[in-house]
Ligand binder design. Sequence first.
Ligand code: AMP
Length: 289
Amino acid sequence: MQVCRTKADIRTLLDGWRRDGAPIVLAPTMGFLHDGHLSLMRLARGRAGAQGKVIASIFVNPTQFGPGEDFDSYPRDEARDLDMLRSEGVDAVFAPDAREVYDPAAQTIVEPVELAKILIGKLRPGHFRGVATVVTKLFNILRPDAAVFGEKDYQQLAVIRTMTRDLDMDIEIIGAPIAREADGLAMSSRNIRLSPADRAAAPILARALDEAATLAPTGITASRLRSHVRATLEAEPRAHVRSVDIRDAATLDSLSGPLTRPAVILLAVSFGPVFLIDNRVVHPASEVP
Ligand code: AMP
């Protein structure tokens, strides 16, 4: 497995592979890897095939963190990450530092304007601008044929799909299902920072989403379903509920009245200093898959 720190090195490597006709599939990460990330690598391998190349990137992108957020305390362990990626059969890792990625004179940003303002974008202003800009840069540096992103970051996946459509980026975007711990907690690099008591309480997110999936086919309205989920979360005193939203699963448009199409419930909940998100697509009776 090759580890490249500079744009020039990874470009040279990938240009050679591309000349050999190998499809290149990218899985971007911020490191501190867990099984959820590894499931992305496996999907990437499935798309690339045995002859293709799977590239992971590890970059804790400063521009997607706001002031007072957890950029400095974001967990990092590159040696362990590289071991995990090597065992998974990843072909190359792009692990630059921030100076390599960002020119101090850079002026250009990428932002799906409306999508970046809603939901997590409201809680974390500028977050999706940082994400869309860095992913565009990764796409331009690495020129992958396909890229894999987790459904855990549901709005992020929508941002990437919208951006690739709007800017005619010829890159297939593949969504990966949410990987969960045995008790339902969505895997996240941030879980390690939960206190033992908060870790024990955190599966309430998954339980609230399970309840919502059970209630969705009963003819319940979007607003009652949302209130029910919020009440379940608020019954957990350690949970600081930041947002509960129910949106059209395809467009992220607001919903009202009885559910008539697949909806996504999006949760953002803090436990102490740790910000967690989770989501689930639920189906009305007419739409149960
Ligand atoms: P991150 O390192 O948190 O930026 O995540 C890198 C990629 O892994 C993103 O596309 C995430 O959506 C995805 N990811 C993170 N956690 C999970 C999970 N539990 N299940 C599936 N994908 C995930």
